[in-house]
Design a protein around this ligand. Structure first.
Ligand code: GLN
Length: 492
């Protein structure tokens, strides 16, 4: 079969079950596509050919023995922030270019238990800091819809591999939008779960109180399959929630759009940098949801102006603390011929970290230093609580909140936004992480350059099922999620 890469996860699952093709054939098909097409997209940091084929054979054997489950033998790509035993885990950084993880992240381990086949590790902004994937030590990944544009970030590789059909679905992480924004830029569906729904164990830490992993795929249905594997309590992550996991696939039709109250935050649609085409597509999608039975309710989110400054104090503060472990002594990059221990620390960190990471460490260290701690860090924590309360108040009136995922479509590679400009692009995604809420991005059309636009739906705590279900209903009635970039149409 030459078009295995066009199948949805459900179709792959059914095809494997009906022995229309084997996991080995499917895996070889993807590996062939990666070899032919990825040199243009540059999404994989590591392709794990041998591991993948061995896992595929093991999956086929399980199936022969009658022990296969829904996802046994389906390939996946992991963001290079998830530790993978025996495989390089770089977090997009020179600092970890030589790091072979001795253990698997819980998400990766759960994937193995479910029978997923690891195709490889995909590119990302260095330590997940960024919105373009350009800050990677391995260079920029290209947007499959327009190769001179970025795929978004930080999970840009995860988005690019799915959009170019170089993996059927992928894992991502979202600290301030890194699943949703690249999903939006690449015409995909991406879910950022409630903080604590997915284990953070074995995910290279950026900002621990914000980091959360989730699925990136073509549709809500495909995301639901991966979410069934990723979600769950983990004793190894003290912030993971001991709460029963729903069957996200079984619940895809559980929410009805009839009477669903969708909040439209006034402040969000008056943001200065909101692109006209993005605004128009998002409004059209809301109209469609209304036609399908939803009720649009105008709401206030009064803290909107505080999102960017609050996030850009808290995230760098936590990052500066988390990244102090990279000292050239324990593991990772070590500078050559140090004169003394201080020189070793200084040069290892100056040579091992890129510019954006160093900028964040400096901001974070400053915000946490004696004398500034109360004025910046503690103040930001107080504002963070107000942002959360603002959302909770809104959820007394509505079931979900709608917003653009990002104010623009994908940037040109090398557009060299200054850092503050780039931070402003996170306006619609970061408050969700500050509040710990779940949110999903889904494709709702294109701009004048045929670059994808995303609609974001934000839910109350633990409403992943509802969000997936709402998007699933929308996707049953529309076909934006089935459209493919030209490069995905190429055969290997
Ligand atoms: N763009 C945001 C940042 O740079 C979000 C990144 C993320 O979610 N990992 O911090």
């Amino acid at each position: 079969m030459t078009d295995l890469h066009r199948l949805s996860i459900r179709e792959i699952s059914e095809g494997l079950a009906a022995a229309k093709f084997s996991s080995r054939e499917l895996t070889e098909h993807y590996l062939k596509r990666i070899a032919k097409i990825d040199p243009q997209v540059r999404s994989y940091v590591t392709v794990t050919n041998e591991v993948a084929l061995a896992q595929a054979d093991a999956a086929d054997a399980l199936r022969q023995a009658g022990q296969a489950t829904a996802l046994t033998g389906i390939p996946v790509a992991h963001k290079d922030i998830f530790c993978t035993q025996g495989i390089k885990t770089s977090a997009g950084s020179k600092m970890l270019d030589n790091f072979i993880s001795p253990y698997d992240a819980t998400v990766v381990a759960q994937g193995k238990t479910a029978g997923l086949v690891t195709l490889g590790k995909v590119n990302m902004d260095e330590f997940a800091m960024g919105s373009t994937s350009e800050s990677s030590f391995y260079g920029a990944t290209k947007n499959p819809w327009a190769l001179d544009h970025v795929p978004g970030g930080s999970s840009g590789g995860s988005a690019a591999v799915v959009a170019a059909d170089l993996a059927p679905f992928a894992t991502g992480t979202d600290t301030g939008g890194s699943i949703r924004q690249p999903a939006s830029f690449c015409g995909l569906t991406g879910l950022k779960p409630t903080y604590g729904r997915v284990s953070r164990y074995g995910i290279i830490a950026y900002a621990s109180s914000l980091d959360q992993a989730g699925p990136m795929a073509r549709s809500a249905e495909d995301c639901a399959y991966l979410m069934n594997v990723m979600a769950g309590h983990d004793a190894k992550d003290s912030t993971s929630m001991d709460k029963a996991v729903e069957d996200y696939v079984a619940n895809l039709n559980a929410t009805t759009l009839k009477g669903l109250r969708i909040g439209i935050p006034k402040q969000y649609f008056n943001v200065a940098g909101l692109d006209a085409a993005v605004k128009a597509r998002v409004e059209e999608s809301l109209k469609k949801l209304e036609e399908l039975g939803a009720v649009l309710v105008e709401i206030d989110l009064n803290m909107t102006e505080s999102y960017v400054p609050t996030y850009y104090l808290i995230a760098p503060a936590e990052a500066s603390s988390n990244l102090s472990r990279y000292d050239g002594v324990r593991y990772g990059y070590r500078a050559e011929n140090p004169q003394d221990i201080l020189d070793l620390y200084k040069r290892s960190r100056s040579e091992g970290f890129g510019a954006e990471v160093q900028r964040r460490i400096l901001i974070g260290t400053y915000a946490l230093s004696a004398g500034y701690y109360d004025a910046y860090y503690v103040k930001a924590q107080k504002v963070r609580r107000l942002i959360q309360q603002d959302f909770l108040k809104a959820f007394e009136q509505v079931d979900v909140i709608a917003a653009p995922t990002a104010p623009t479509t994908a940037y040109k590679i090398g557009a060299s936004l200054d850092p503050v400009e780039m931070y402003l692009g996170d306006i619609y995604t970061i408050a969700v992480n500050l509040a710990g809420l779940p949110a999903i991005s889904a494709p709702v059309g294109f701009d004048q350059d045929h670059l994808p636009v995303g609609l974001q739906l934000i839910g109350n705590y633990w409403s992943e099922s509802q969000l997936l279900s709402v998007v699933h209903q929308y996707q049953q009635a529309t076909d934006w999620h089935t459209q493919r970039a030209a490069i995905a149409e190429e055969n290997a």
